[in-house]
Design a protein around this ligand. Structure first.
Ligand SMILES: C[S@@+](CC[C@H](N)C(=O)[O-])C[C@H]1O[C@@H](n2cnc3c(N)ncnc32)[C@H](O)[C@@H]1O
Length: 209
């Protein structure tokens, strides 16, 4: 197996947030080359294409699980200027700083309470974070709290994880309770067609009530 393939498996197999954080810290310097170049990672572009349809360019945006800033680069190119990065891994955030597209950086974990004010953001985007062994489905409770009513939450989600890790129940439960409503859901696509053709994602967009 190629080094880059081993590294992706290695982060999937993390047993807790601490291990995941350490592994991303170690991967940070090579992440863009391994994932964007070798795997043809296209989820940032696909999520941005959905995001621009629903969110004003002046929006105050949180990139949750920003990693090295690939999503921030897409959003900046699309004309967004008010971008905040948060991630579990300080090593990934340090790489993101070098992209010069975010105004603020926060090391924080989805799944627990977030150190942001209620209604702080106009929109949230989260790409590659709702996947095997990463952030849990209950992360959406806090993301809804920190997003203004009428704001958008756009995220990529692995289709097998949607069924196996409680996302289906969480997302439909939040619709039933009136927390959010579905604005858009894309068809399935292969986010890493070159490296992991067996993996499929969708982009989801919800409007917060
Ligand atoms: C596959 S990378 C995606 C990074 C970037 N969004 C992109 O599209 O290239 C997953 C990122 O999610 C972060 N992450 C994983 N679990 C997290 C959690 N519970 N809270 C916040 N960030 C998390 C990792 O540190 C890593 O930077």
């Amino acid at each position: 197996m190629q080094e880059s393939h081993k590294r992706v498996q290695w982060v999937y197999e993390s047993t807790d947030d601490k291990e995941l954080e350490d592994r991303y810290d170690q991967w940070a310097a090579d992440y863009d080359n391994d994932l964007a170049a070798e795997f043809a990672w296209n989820a940032p572009q696909n999520a941005t294409a959905v995001f621009v349809k629903h969110v004003d360019k002046a929006a105050h945006v949180l990139d949750a699980g920003a990693g090295t800033g690939l999503v921030g680069e897409c959003l900046a190119e699309a004309g967004y200027k008010d971008l905040v990065a948060m991630d579990l891994s300080q090593g990934m955030l340090d790489e993101a700083k070098s992209k010069n597209v975010y105004n603020d950086f926060h090391q924080m974990a989805l799944g627990g309470s977030l150190d942001f004010a209620t209604d702080e953001f106009d929109a949230v985007i989260s790409v590659g974070v709702f996947t095997q062994g990463h952030a849990p489905a209950n992360s959406f409770d806090e993301l809804v709290r920190i997003t203004k009513p009428g704001g958008l939450i756009v995220f990529s989600l692995r289709t097998d994880v949607y069924e196996s890790a409680g996302f289906n129940e969480q997302q439909s439960g939040m619709e039933a309770s009136g927390a959010w409503q579905l604005a858009e859901m894309t068809d399935e696509f292969q986010p890493m067609a070159k490296g992991e053709p067996e993996v499929w994602h969708r982009i989801w967009a919800y409007r917060v009530n």
